[in-house]
Design a protein around this ligand. Structure first.
Ligand SMILES: C[S@@+](CC[C@H](N)C(=O)[O-])C[C@H]1O[C@@H](n2cnc3c(N)ncnc32)[C@H](O)[C@@H]1O
Length: 330
């Protein structure tokens, strides 16, 4: 009791309010219109129905189903470029093929490890920030960390031109296969590369929207990554970020690294984890501003327990080069 009184006595009213909010997050104001998010989810879900086997364009239904089934649960570290002596340290989900997002193909249905995230996260962005379904029409969208392509397909269903990247080759290959099978090759391209390989002129000033959910906390250098994303945007373009994080009012990150696992087992090669820095909304905002973004807004989304961020590239701006891991970056 005495310690509590001393803390109250030594803290400013602002600090007291912040610590109360961190302790009882439900007391914070709600930022999201749940009803609107649900209506958006319904609309996106109906767009996603375009990807049933009856709409296949370049491959037959039987061959399609067989190809997908042949990939599920395959364990393969070699084609990801890992040597045998480093396999032990690699992410379970990079070694073993796990399907990403729920997908009802009509003839068969796959449960994805990430459920309906491809639909719900996009709906949340539209409910939280000034962006609508129509804003994706005829825009170039850079889809970061596409897994098995649920989000990529959905963006294409909004009439976007999509450039999807994924560091795990087996997932990038599956995304490319799906896009080709549904006749999207003229509008979607998929590359099996890391975000860090996009620091080249080829990727500069290309995208109208950078769509980056579920990736920031998997990155060893989030500030550099955000700068690469910033450089990939055209002037006026926007970034949409979503991340695991911490619900704390201060600009803090929790470090986990590759030895902290969540659910799953080593035998099944299905453990969650392999996270680096998990930012609070204030930390994500600072990182985004360092990278050059303006009009930055970040919020804690109570429903999912994750951080959402929005920012705009209003023009090219310099970045602080002191201590930067790649000093030559634009
Ligand atoms: C949690 S999943 C999110 C998938 C999807 N974006 C979503 O929001 O549902 C993270 C994905 O990002 C990929 N990834 C992680 N680091 C990456 C990097 N440096 N470059 C490209 N992809 C990366 C992972 O392999 C994985 O497929």
């Amino acid at each position: 009791m005495r310690r509590l009184l001393r803390k109250v006595y030594e803290s400013s009213p602002h600090e007291i309010l912040q610590s109360l909010r961190a302790r009882w997050p439900l007391a914070r104001p709600r930022f999201i219109d749940e009803q609107r998010a649900r209506a958006l989810s319904d609309e996106l879900r109906s767009r996603f129905r375009a990807y049933r086997t009856e709409h296949l364009r370049t491959v037959g239904r039987e061959a399609f189903s067989q190809h997908i089934r042949s990939q599920l649960d395959v364990v393969d570290g070699r084609s990801e470029g890992y040597s045998d002596d480093e396999l032990q340290r690699q992410r379970d989900l990079s070694l073993k093929f796990h399907w990403g997002h729920n997908h009802d193909f009509g003839d068969f249905r796959l449960e994805g490890r990430m459920g309906d995230r491809h639909i719900d996260v996009l709906a949340d962005f539209m409910a939280l920030f000034p962006i609508t379904i129509e804003d994706f029409r005829d825009k170039t969208v850079f889809d970061i960390g596409c897994w098995t392509g649920g989000t990529t397909l959905l963006l294409a269903a909004l009439n976007s031109r999509v450039l999807a990247i994924e560091e795990v080759k087996k997932y990038a290959d599956m995304t490319a296969y799906l896009c080709n099978a549904f006749g999207l090759s003229d509008r979607v391209s998929v590359r099996a590369i890391s975000l860090y390989e996009c620091n080249t002129p080829e990727f500069h000033d290309r995208a109208d929207i950078v769509y980056c959910p579920g990736v920031i906390y998997h990155l060893s250098d989030p500030v550099l990554a955000l700068r690469i994303l910033f450089n990939s945007l055209r002037k006026g373009g926007i970034v949409l970020l979503e991340s695991a994080g911490i619900n704390h009012p201060e600009p803090l990150c929790r470090f986990e690294g590759s030895r902290i696992y969540g659910y799953g087992t080593q035998e099944q090669l299905n453990r969650s984890g392999w996270n680096w820095f998990l930012p609070s909304p204030a930390a994500l905002r600072r990182m985004m501003e360092e990278a050059g973004f303006e009009n930055v807004r970040t919020v804690w989304h109570h429903g999912s327990g994750r951080v959402y961020g929005y920012g705009r590239k209003t023009g090219h701006a310099g970045i602080c080069r002191a201590g930067l891991s790649v000093r030559t970056i634009d």
